[in-house]
Design a protein around this ligand. Structure first.
Ligand SMILES: Nc1ncnc2c1ncn2[C@@H]1O[C@H](COP(=O)(O)OP(=O)(O)OP(=O)(O)O)[C@@H](O)[C@H]1O
Ligand SMILES: [Mg+2]
Length: 504
């Protein structure tokens, strides 16, 4: 008993001392790496060391990023992707939950895939996989996103019907599909179950009915985002530089999560098939920003990928405002945790519980300004130093904010084909502001307009733009003058007004 007491006193003393003295940083050789094989992030606060990130010394290339809204998560992600593409020619796929990256990706010359708005994924698309494996993945997604695990009979019926649909389409369940073969869709699966219902011989019709109902939620006309022929080819996208998969056009979180799970499953399989190569650098980075259940459910591939560490040639970046949306296994297994400003004690408790940083770091995190961060890394060699340190500011690579106005939805088919016709206008923020000022629009109104544009991720069609200007109490004459001065033709301006809601 006596001994326990003494130890307790001593560890209390130690805790107090850690609190008053600033914790040291990892030694230079862990922070400063070969610039041709690492990414500059920022200057450390205590010893002013330029911190360059590489995963050579880390347990894996995966990264978590947390912080309140506006703390700089997306800014870090963009900076990281740009530098990775310079240094390693890394490709990137952003699973863009809220459509917040698409303006930037467009501006950077990347590719945008708008799911639910012209682009579709067939969940049953094999993309080179065996039908049996894809069936398991689809069931895994349904387990995460629906209550099907509570209904084993419905689960069995669904899984059997998925396999049957592949068989009917001529596939062999345990063999890789022939090239260019066309996969069935969830509509075919629902149809099989409906036929079974009509036969009327199945002993549990209520179970069958519920299984059909669940599938119909994903294959009903108008909501069949995942039950049509795929318009995207992930083989191409994974090597296409910067790609934004915009999920904001899908109707709700469940649809978005289903798309995100599918993308992770498929990319994981592709990377697994290729195996790890010894060539330096990362072949690709997959970004999940605010991905709700995809990052919080133990069964999700996000967690499998991170647990499997360095097995794949890609890094996963998981970002969220809400650390409790990120499963504990992610914080404790990623090679790098980036912690921007956090205010809520509940969130701090959660993340400190996983990472064990000091009270000093904890109190710093609550005081951070935009772009300031605590960084925690898991080194391959066991380290004798605290692994969490603070950098002054993430030093950015992100260009000025750009606002884009598209004309596409006002154009006729012939105009769309006309190569010479401008189909969108982009303005850097200071230029757009000065144009507003030139048109005698006062600064309060400019702020309102910019906030409206920001809320739409700085990408609007002309009709919407006109609607925003009118709603901000600009007269019709000044809107027309503004558009003319931007080089938009009278014909397009009148179309924008004709179709736009003039608010009476
Ligand atoms: N390190 C930085 N240096 C300079 N500006 C920054 C930095 N980090 C963020 N900013 C600016 O701060 C604003 C908010 O940053 P950002 O969009 O990255 O926040 P966020 O954490 O992603 O917020 P949200 O959770 O709302 O998506 C942006 O205008 C961005 O350009
Ligand atoms: Mg963001």
């Amino acid at each position: 008993m006596g001994l326990v007491k003494i130890q307790k006193i001593m560890s209390n003393e130690l805790a107090k001392r850690t609190f008053i003295s600033r914790p040291p940083e990892p030694p230079h050789e862990f922070l400063l790496n070969d610039p041709t094989d690492s990414i500059f992030v920022g200057i450390t606060r205590r010893f002013n060391v330029p911190f360059t990130w590489t995963f050579n010394t880390l347990t894996n290339p995966h990264i978590s990023v947390v912080g309140i809204t506006g703390s700089g998560k997306s800014f870090f992600v963009k900076t990281f992707l740009i530098r990775a593409s310079y240094v390693w020619k890394t490709n990137a796929i952003i699973v863009d939950w809220a459509g917040e990256y698409k303006g930037w990706v467009k501006q950077s010359g990347g590719t945008i895939v708008s799911l639910g708005k012209g682009d579709y994924i067939n969940l049953m698309d094999l993309a080179g996989m065996k039908p049996l494996d894809r069936s398991k993945q689809i069931m895994n997604s349904l387990d995460i996103l629906t209550d099907i695990v509570n209904f084993p009979e419905q689960r069995r019926l669904t899984s059997e019907a998925i396999e049957q649909a592949y068989l009917n389409a001529g596939f062999i369940l345990s063999s890789a599909p022939p090239p260019k073969s066309e996969s069935p869709t969830l509509k075919d699966v629902a149809k099989l179950l409906e036929e079974k219902m009509q036969e009327g011989t199945y002993a549990y019709p209520a179970e069958l009915e519920n299984a059909i109902y669940r599938l119909r939620q994903f294959s009903r006309e108008g909501e069949d985002y995942f039950a049509r022929k795929s318009t995207i080819d992930l083989d191409v996208l994974i090597s296409s530089g910067l790609v934004d998969i915009d999920l904001s056009g899908l109707p709700d979180e469940r649809f978005r999560a289903l798309a995100a799970l599918f993308l992770l499953q498929t990319l994981k399989e592709k990377m697994r098939a290729e195996g790890w190569s010894s060539t330096k650098g990362l072949r690709a980075v997959i970004v999940l920003d605010e991905a709700w259940k995809v990052a919080s459910d133990e069964r999700s591939d996000a967690i499998t990928i991170i647990r499997e560490g360095r097995k794949y040639q890609f890094g996963l970046i998981v970002a969220s405002q809400n650390p409790t949306d990120i499963h504990e296994a992610i914080f404790s297994n990623v090679g790098t945790n980036i912690i921007l400003k956090i205010k809520f004690q509940k969130f701090l408790d959660y993340i400190q519980g996983s990472l064990n940083f000091s009270q000093f770091i904890r109190s710093e995190i609550t005081k951070f300004g935009v772009g300031q961060a605590a960084i925690d890394m898991a080194f391959q060699t066991s380290s004798q130093f605290p692994s969490t340190f603070v950098i002054n500011r993430i030093v950015g690579e992100v260009p000025l904010d750009v606002y884009t106005i598209t004309l596409a939805d006002l154009l006729t088919e012939n105009e769309i084909k006309d190569q010479a016709l401008t189909k969108e206008y982009s303005f850097e923020k200071p230029f757009l502001m000065s144009k507003f000022v030139d048109n005698n629009i006062n600064t309060d109104t400019i702020d309102v307009i910019l906030a409206q544009l920001d809320a739409r991720n700085r990408l609007v069609d002309l009709r919407e733009f006109v609607r925003i200007l009118i709603a901000s109490k600009l007269s019709k004459d000044s809107v027309v003058a503004f558009l003319r001065s931007s080089g938009i033709s009278d014909s397009l301006i009148s179309r924008a007004f004709g179709l736009g809601d003039m608010g009476g």
